[in-house]
Design a protein around this ligand. Sequence first.
Ligand SMILES: NC(=O)c1ccc[n+]([C@@H]2O[C@H](COP(=O)([O-])OP(=O)(O)OC[C@H]3O[C@@H](n4cnc5c(N)ncnc54)[C@H](OP(=O)(O)O)[C@@H]3O)[C@@H](O)[C@H]2O)c1
Length: 302
Amino acid sequence: MRVFVTGGSGLLGHRIVEELSRRGHEVIATYNRTSPRLGVDGVKWVRIDISDAVAIEDALLKARPDAVIHAAAYTDVDGCEVEKDRAWRVNVVATRSIVRACRVVKSYLIYISTDYVFDGSKGMYSESDIPSPINYYGLTKLVAEEIVKSSDLLYTIVRPSAIYGVGPGKANFATFVADRLMRGEEVPAVSDQYVSPTLNSALARAVAEIVEMRPMGVLHVAGNRMSRYEFAVALARALGANEGLIRRVSMESMRWKARRPRDSSLDTSRARELLSEKLVFDTESSIQLFVEEYRRWRGLCP
Ligand SMILES: NC(=O)c1ccc[n+]([C@@H]2O[C@H](COP(=O)([O-])OP(=O)(O)OC[C@H]3O[C@@H](n4cnc5c(N)ncnc54)[C@H](OP(=O)(O)O)[C@@H]3O)[C@@H](O)[C@H]2O)c1
């Protein structure tokens, strides 16, 4: 299958590119500011600013992919609150361009959305719960979801939560925690905010299965519910590091520009039933795999 991946240089996107290539798919992947790591077999890289409607539509019309995985986004939650115009162009306007081109070439679309479409008052959200974002990032992702839903495309909207892992892209909590623990430094970790931490490589395998089986509608694909503090402690144990270095802090003490949902954990029952790929739902096993990937990445083991 020919698959077009936006955001191939990101924390999740690079793993999707690797996984699709490993499965023998022809991959065309985009990057913008981060030069991609070359050397993945069968991948054609194109540099595009997806907020340039002509450029992204043209690339899709030329590529005529069977499927598009739209993983690119302006993901800095505080940045989106300040640079609202950029957030709207990258997260909303670009999604509209991609949907328009997918309709022309009759391509199936996977849109990577987020748990931040929810307000966090309830937790363990299922696909039938009504989104109600409390920050601008979440709002732009929800509007993009609505653009996808109201098109006549065959689509799947995948909602992960708190993506972590090694590689390029967004700085993430797990590598921050592991780096500090390895240096013997204290790690502040919020104990009153709950998420469903999702390993990038495990999520990429699930996304590859989704592109091959095409389940329609919205799917929550994420790990188990836990606080950032609990996640940090689990990481310390898996790394064999001193968990006493982890210090509880409250959401209130964080100097965030954007509000964060208190509990945006996801109920993944629907995806668990549909997918044969199970690692992504199991945070304990995912953390074990993360530790192996982290040690290799940091050159701590062969
Ligand atoms: N990280 C999380 O905790 C999390 C949680 C839930 C959902 N998600 C969603 O998962 C998806 C992937 O997130 P991620 O963590 O992998 O993000 P990331 O590491 O920040 O990567 C974002 C990707 O989008 C690309 N991008 C940003 N602006 C662009 C533009 N104007 N034109 C072209 N490409 C652009 C970046 O390219 P360059 O770097 O080359 O510029 C990069 O490849 C996003 O849709 C995000 O909303 C993330």
